[in-house]
Design a protein around this ligand. Structure first.
Ligand SMILES: NC(=O)c1ccc[n+]([C@@H]2O[C@H](COP(=O)([O-])OP(=O)(O)OC[C@H]3O[C@@H](n4cnc5c(N)ncnc54)[C@H](O)[C@@H]3O)[C@@H](O)[C@H]2O)c1
Length: 254
């Protein structure tokens, strides 16, 4: 391990990272592993998550193929991981879905799909992970919201933005409930990060429009954003709780 990563204090920590087949979740799983954590990488994309784990090298990493929209599957994932590893230290709740469609076209099925994958899964994973972390009086939970949760959806992302606003207040509630048990709960809030999700349904013009409003003048890289999540999961963030960390190049300064 590079000496730079040692400072994170993640060596030997047991971590679940969701959304690990692609983008920010994949990068977060890779950095956690490089910092010495034992990573259970989770995604509904079987080939993708297996490739992530194969690329991480080293022992102790596991690929789990789970559809997180299923509450029972979320509970079972946490139970299985804690039983196999004998503990759970970190949960990085990064997975989400987005299909850009006009508000008029959001029917009941699409509404339920977004709520279940993006919001419901994070709630039930937080709750199960909190219970698994309590006995050791130490834990780090990092949820993943979006600037859209603060300022509203951008290009056909109305219902998506509602799920992301829910994650922000959910994080604060869990931070209050789990803080007394030595468990911090924070949220990463990515801006425009160059991943498959960011490019979904965006034209060249809308992407350029977003880019032109970022003070740093470019979209972020998945790894740059993932570093924010890893910081919140690390020893360095020991006194950070209930925080929303924007990693957005200054896009949504408030
Ligand atoms: N990329 C951006 O610009 C941006 C901006 C704001 C917020 N975010 C948030 O960052 C997080 C990561 O997004 P990304 O850009 O890396 O997207 P991505 O599409 O590259 O990765 C998302 C991953 O989640 C997985 N996933 C989707 N549904 C799932 C399910 N039901 N069960 C398990 N896994 C599932 C996908 O298979 C995929 O691997 C998300 O929470 C997203 O909302 C991203």
């Amino acid at each position: 391990m590079s000496p730079d990563l040692k400072i994170l204090g993640l060596e030997g920590r047991v971590a679940i990272v969701t959304g690990a087949a692609s983008g920010i979740g994949k990068a977060a799983a890779e950095i956690m592993a490089a910092a010495g954590a034992r990573v259970t990488a989770v995604d509904v994309n079987a080939d993708g998550v297996k490739a992530t784990v194969a690329g991480m090298g080293g022992a102790g990493h596991v690929a789990e193929v789970v559809d997180l929209s299923d509450i029972a599957a979320c509970d079972a994932l946490v139970t299985r991981t804690a039983k196999r590893e004998g503990r759970l230290d970190c949960l990085l709740n990064i997975a989400a879905t987005l299909r850009r469609i006009d508000m008029e076209q959001v029917d009941e099925a699409e509404w339920d799909r977004l709520m279940n994958v993006n919001l419901r899964s994070q709630f039930f994973l937080c709750r199960a992970a909190g219970e698994a972390m309590k006995p050791r009086k130490w834990g780090r939970i990092v949820n993943c919201s979006s600037g859209a949760g603060l300022v509203g959806g951008f290009v056909g992302a109305t219902a998506y933005a509602i799920t992301k606003a829910g994650i922000m207040t959910m994080t604060k509630s869990f931070a209050k409930d789990l803080g007394p048990h030595g468990i911090t709960v924070n949220t990463l809030s990515p801006g425009a990060i160059d991943t498959p999700m960011q490019r979904t349904g965006m034209t060249k013009e809308t992407l350029e429009n977003a880019r032109s409003r970022i003070p740093l003048g470019r979209m972020g890289l998945a790894a740059e954003c993932a570093r924010g999540a890893v910081f919140l999961a690390s020893d360095l963030a020991s006194y950070v709780n209930g925080h929303i960390l924007a990693v957005d190049g200054g896009f949504l300064m408030r």
